[in-house]
Design a protein around this ligand. Structure first.
Ligand SMILES: [Zn+2]
Length: 272
């Protein structure tokens, strides 16, 4: 991932997605907003206890600095599901200005409609962006450990194939900053659920030095699902950025004991 400065904000981009001028994509950071304390400063999450006015202002700052319009940002009320929404023109802007209008019970969104920016918000969970340059289809999804075990990324790839006639071999995938295998410790309960959901846990769960604890590699688990779905390994870009290790640049729920803001990943097909 590369970092770019736009005014006071800093945003990241993925190298392989940057090669397409019909595409806008970005990962926001904490920098350049007006929220304070644990939310400092570019919190874009309405649902975390921050002041709504400040969150809206932060979103406007981000959209303005990226030379786009907040009314194009489209959010879901994420619930760690494997539910995927096909986003059409009527959905454009849902959840951009307030929490209530976001798409309900959805963790993945796909579209081929221009000028709709699909947005996911995270603070430890993995934000994943997908692009099919052949069929001109984009996707954004949110995969924490629950969504990963429910195979949200598999569901999104499948929906792109089913609804837009995409082929997995043409897709590019990008995994944004999230809690990495350096830090993401889970208990026996998650270990058991993972074994039931995924079967083979090779490279996904590793032993921790602490008794009753394990290291869950969210990146490896999602990359495996992408490859199993037919996405080529060379088309998968992992930022490899751990937000707990890089807590000054990215919100991390674990680093801040659950009381923190959200950063976001967005992707949009531009109208030419
Ligand atoms: Zn880490």
């Amino acid at each position: 991932m590369r970092y770019h400065h736009h005014g006071a904000i800093t945003a990241g981009t993925f190298e392989q997605l940057s090669g397409f001028d019909r595409l806008l994509h970005f990962v926001s950071t904490r920098e350049g907003g007006i929220s304070s304390g644990n939310f400092s400063s570019l919190n874009i999450g309405f649902h975390v206890g921050d002041d709504n006015f400040r969150v809206l202002k932060n979103r406007r700052i981000l959209a303005d600095e990226l030379r786009t319009d907040l009314s194009r940002f489209t959010f879901a009320n994420q619930c760690h599901s494997a539910n995927v929404a096909v986003v059409n023109e009527a959905c454009k802007g849902r959840g951009a200005m307030e929490l209530e209008s976001a798409l309900p019970h959805t963790d993945g969104m796909i579209t081929n409609v221009k000028n709709i920016c699909l947005c996911v918000q995270v603070a430890d969970c993995v934000p994943i962006l997908l692009y099919d340059p052949v069929r001109q289809v984009i996707a954004a999804l949110h995969a924490g450990w629950k969504g990963t075990l429910r195979k949200i990324v598999t569901a999104v790839v499948g929906k792109m194939v089913q609804h837009y006639d995409s082929r997995a071999e043409n897709m590019l995938a990008a995994l944004g900053p999230s809690n990495g295998p350096c830090c993401y410790e889970v208990g026996d309960d998650v270990f058991r659920e993972a074994r039931m959901a995924l079967g083979n846990l090779k490279d996904v769960i590793k032993p921790s030095s602490k008794p009753g604890k394990h290291i869950f590699d969210q990146w490896a688990a999602n990359i495996r699902q992408l490859k199993d779905a037919g996405v080529k390994e060379e088309n998968i870009e992992n930022s490899g950025v751990c937000c707990q290790c890089n807590n000054s640049l990215f919100y991390s729920s674990r680093a801040d004991n659950g009381h923190t803001g959200r950063f976001m990943a967005g992707i949009m097909l531009k109208k030419r």
